[in-house]
Design a protein around this ligand. Structure first.
Ligand code: SF4
Length: 322
């Protein structure tokens, strides 16, 4: 098998081109949010219009992505934020980071503006980039869009996509990523990056890792020892156990005790009805619903903490379905 090779993949949406570039030395030891912040500083004018040609949308997996280490196989997405005007990184679970690592994409940099109105699906594989008109999914929400893309491109791909909010350049629109169960629920939510993706004319990016390979490890034996140690520590830590039972919502009660809940636009640190939004309440309510509800779900394959919740099925108290 050929040696694992990692590169910068640069997309120009105006010319509809893909260039593979060597990783500059200064970016080589950076991944995720560190890398994309560096790229923004190096390549994006701080005064640019976040929804204009000067901004760049960057996807950067962390340096440990691709090895099924708990909580690491995620994706950082960034750019100049249309919401805050600052450097923005938003992080999500799902399959995107894992597929990018297997394809040898150190960072995906998307630049410029499309020549014409309308949306495209960008399909990336080891054979290069394909651009396909997205008219048949334009205007659809992500839960309607993802099944159509999976039907077209096969259910083994990773997909990052936007809904109508991103198409309308709404400043708080996110970018959704499909998860290991092929549900487009893993959102890079913060800072309006969905609007940046919309401004680049992209409805979805499909990552097809067929033929890819696991990222290289310099010392596999040392890595195995560290992996075992890390996994044991994470599994046995009391905070992990709390998260596994009560999900991220366990933070509500904890943060209340620190008087650090962001209540009434940060004017108060505690919330009188915190029990109603606690991890305990969410777990109890989730368990009253049938499958696919799950109060201990992993947002990426290999996570041992499983703090994610799936809220679906029917409630015992109502016939509504979500
Ligand atoms: S399930 Fe929770 S702990 Fe695991 S990767 Fe997702 S957010 Fe992190």
């Amino acid at each position: 098998m050929a040696e694992y090779k990692s590169q910068i993949w640069r997309i120009n949406v105006c010319e509809q081109t893909l260039k593979h570039e060597p990783i500059p030395e200064i970016w080589r030891r950076l991944g995720g949010r560190g890398l994309l912040a560096r790229i923004l500083v190096d390549e994006v004018d701080a005064m640019c219009d976040p929804l204009g040609a000067g901004n760049k949308l960057i996807f950067a997996p962390g340096l440990l992505v691709g090895h099924m280490l708990s909580s690491t196989d995620r994706i950082s997405i960034g750019g100049k934020s249309p919401l805050t005007g600052g450097v923005k990184e938003a992080n999500a679970g799902g399959r995107t980071g894992y597929h990018m690592a297997f394809m040898g994409i150190h960072a995906l940099i998307i630049e410029d503006m499309a020549k014409e109105d309308g949306y495209w699906v960008l399909h990336l594989s080891l054979n290069g980039a394909k651009w396909e008109k997205a008219d048949y999914i334009t205007g659809l929400g992500v839960y309607d869009t993802a099944p159509k893309l999976l039907e077209k491109y096969g259910d083994k791909v990773a997909i990052a996509l936007i809904g109508p909010g991103g198409e309308m350049r709404m400043k708080s629109a996110g970018i959704q990523n499909i998860d290991k169960d092929r549900i487009p629920s893993r959102i890079a939510a913060r800072g309006g990056l969905g609007a940046v993706m919309g401004s680049k004319g992209l409805k979805a990016i499909v990552f097809d890792q067929a033929g890819g390979q696991k990222p290289a490890i310099a010392n596999p034996e040392a890595f195995k020892v560290a992996q075992k140690d890390y996994t044991t520590s994470v599994m046995n830590h009391p905070q992990s156990v709390t998260y596994r039972d009560y999900g991220t919502a366990a933070m509500a009660q904890m943060t209340q005790r620190f008087a650090a809940l962001t209540v009434r636009n940060f004017s108060r640190g505690t919330f009188d009805n915190v029990e109603n939004i606690s991890g305990e309440t969410l777990r109890e309510f989730t368990l009253t619903r049938g499958k696919p509800s799950d109060p201990a779900h992993a947002c990426m394959a290999g996570c041992t903490i499983k703090c994610s919740n799936v809220f679906g099925g029917r409630t015992a108290r109502s016939s509504s379905r979500r």
